[in-house]
Design a protein around this ligand. Structure first.
Ligand code: X5A
Ligand code: ZN
Length: 586
């Protein structure tokens, strides 16, 4: 365990994501100058050196329980217990006048720990064994057992052991068919990590892949029911089809530098360039394996992610654009038209830029946008592609966080599937970030594993099931593990649990979908009828709502509880056609 002055830490709201590097610029050291013999007011319980930047002070720190938790500390500090220091302090202070003691200015250094599951900071108190943010146990078993590990204990309970055995027994380890779901993974991608931890762990961390891999192993899916594919580094020639020579060289160069940054939040170490080439290589080979029929479909369990990496720049935790590489590999293997659906909570500005002028690759992204205030700020509904490729870029920009299964499935039913079916792709790629998942510290949305399963199922109907799912973002280990597992189960042919048939979007979600339809009807004829229908339903909803609002205003102040339910039910009725529309006599 290490000591550190506690700073209020977040990452749990909408703005958090944009402020990541501001946050990270906080120096993890308090001003440690002691004002001895002056006021005597500065009582620290740790013995600070004037200069606390000993460069090798990070070695020999116990990181067993929290990998990567390393702070610069003086050796003196490390060898003393808090009790020792306190005793020393009171001894030193013996001849001092304590009359002007100001307890509020005490620089108390408190031990803390970072949650394995969500990276949030917690006080190191014997009574605090659960993460204050996500409830995960301090000694989480998620890296060993995946999301099957109980969040509230360190080991496996009997029930969990039973689940594990049942999963393993139900299929005997070796994949049945030679054309099955293939997983792309290589442990060398775990070596890409931030060298020096800033105020708290970087969300894009090796444990993301560890947790998903552990979940798949515990469920007997991989190894077990899915094949691996051998990893290969992408070639320079393949990268040249996507990125500028300068971009490729900039990534290459990092392998000779101990620690480097493309942007304040996009780190590299000596292993990053190879990890990025392996990620891209795995995606390319999965794409051609699926296209040639050697694999039924695939899941690229890769990092670093790729969709923010554009022609000329690495950014947003991304080095090379994996989905773009895969799209070109699919075309090289014979696919004429490739669809990329990007459900990462962030807009894939890199992928959009790469294919902006390209009619053979249709890019559809659903993301938080908030008028450009959400990272990376691009992806408004009116960004549709250019120079003859108008309509081959489709953006569904949510106006707020909190969107969930119903909003996504509603957008799939009314925008994604109609356009995708009209496009009729030969190959489909999902840029599958799981940062719109419930519990994600950056995304703050509400998509559940069932929602991801449903979306995968819907896309599976396109391009004869030739589907490649590529991991992008997603930062809550439990959320990304359960989401990825349910996506892979659908790839393996399982039915996606509950049907979200007539789903009712949030008001904001419906508004976004209407905005997108208004723009994209100019390019996709299959949207026309649906747009007209939704628009009239929306008008009925609005006018009904206005009438009720007037009634509501007349009523006494506090609206009763049933009011909220009533409104939701009205929208439900309208969207399911239970409502008599004025225009048609249905
Ligand atoms: C891949 C991904 C997020 C970047 C956020 C930067 N990137 N603040 O999710
Ligand atoms: Zn993301």
């Amino acid at each position: 365990m290490v000591t550190e002055t506690v700073q209020p830490s977040r990452l749990a709201n909408g703005e958090a994501d944009n402020s990541l590097h501001k946050e990270r610029s906080h120096i993890p050291h308090q001003d440690s100058k002691r004002r001895r013999g002056n006021s005597g007011s500065d009582r620290t319980v740790t013995a600070h050196n004037e200069n606390c930047t000993c460069p090798d002070a990070t070695d020999n720190v116990d990181t067993n329980t929290q990998p990567g938790v390393v702070f610069k500390k003086s050796r003196v500090q490390r060898e003393m217990t808090v009790q020792d220091m306190y005793n020393k302090e009171s001894f030193d202070d013996e001849d001092e006048d304590d009359s002007d003691w100001e307890p509020m200015q005490k620089h108390v250094e408190i031990k803390k720990w970072f949650c394995t599951n969500c990276t949030m900071v917690n006080l190191d108190d014997i009574d605090i064994v659960y993460c204050d943010t996500c409830g995960e146990h301090k000694e989480s078993g998620i890296l060993r057992l995946g999301f099957f590990a109980s969040p509230s204990s360190q080991g496996l309970t009997e029930v969990e052991l039973e689940v594990k055995d049942r999963c393993k027994d139900s299929h005997s380890g070796i994949p049945q068919s030679d054309s099955c779901t293939v997983i792309g993974f290589d442990e060398r991608m775990l070596l890409h990590s931030e060298v020096e931890m800033k105020s708290h762990p970087h969300p894009e961390r090796p444990d993301r892949l560890r947790a998903i891999a552990a979940s798949l192993a515990t469920a007997g899916i991989f190894p077990g029911r899915c094949y691996p594919i051998s990893a290969r580094e992408i070639t320079r020639a393949e990268l040249k089809m996507i990125h500028s020579a300068e971009q490729i060289e900039a990534v290459e160069l990092t392998s000779r530098i101990y620690a480097s940054y493309f942007t304040p939040d996009t780190y590299a170490n000596e292993h990053s360039a190879r990890a990025a080439r392996l990620a891209a290589g795995l995606c390319a080979d999965l794409a051609s394996a699926i296209l040639s029929g050697r694999a039924k479909n695939g899941f690229a369990l890769v990092r670093p992610p790729g969709h923010h990496a554009g022609v000329r720049q690495s950014m947003g935790f991304c080095l090379h654009n994996n989905a773009a590489v895969a799209a070109l590999a699919a075309q090289a293997a014979g696919a004429k038209k490739v669809l990329i659906v990007d459900w990462d909570v962030h807009h894939g500005n890199g992928t959009q830029e790469i294919f902006e002028l390209n009619k053979s690759v249709l890019y559809i992204s659903l993301h938080r946008h908030e008028g450009g205030r959400f990272y990376p700020g691009t992806g408004a509904a009116n960004e549709v592609g250019s120079e003859g490729a108008e309509g081959y870029c489709v953006n569904v920009p949510w106006s707020r966080g909190g969107v969930g299964d119903n909003d996504y499935v509603f957008a799939f039913q009314n925008v994604v599937l109609p356009i995708a079916s009209e496009f009729a792709p030969d190959f489909t790629i999902i840029s599958a970030g799981f940062d719109a998942a419930r519990g994600d510290p950056l995304g703050c949305c509400d998509v559940t594993p069932a929602g991801y399963a449903q979306m995968t199922h819907m896309l599976n109907a396109l391009s004869g099931g030739k589907l490649l799912v590529i991991l992008e973002g997603g930062y809550n280990l439990r959320s990304i593990s359960s989401s990825a597992t349910s996506v892979i189960k659908v790839l393996m042919g399982e039915n996606p649990g509950c049907k979200l048939d007539h789903c009712v979007p949030s008001k904001a979600g419906l508004q976004t979908v209407l905005e997108v339809l208004k723009i994209q009807t100019n390019f996709w004829r299959s949207l026309k009828s649906n747009y007209a229908k939704l628009q009239s339903q929306w008008e009925v909803y609005i006018s009904e709502n206005k009438r009720k609002q007037i009634k509501k205003v007349r009523r006494a102040a506090g609206a009763p509880l049933w009011w909220k339910w009533g409104r939701k039910r009205l929208l439900y009725h309208i969207l399911n056609g239970h409502f008599r529309l004025k225009s048609k006599g249905c």
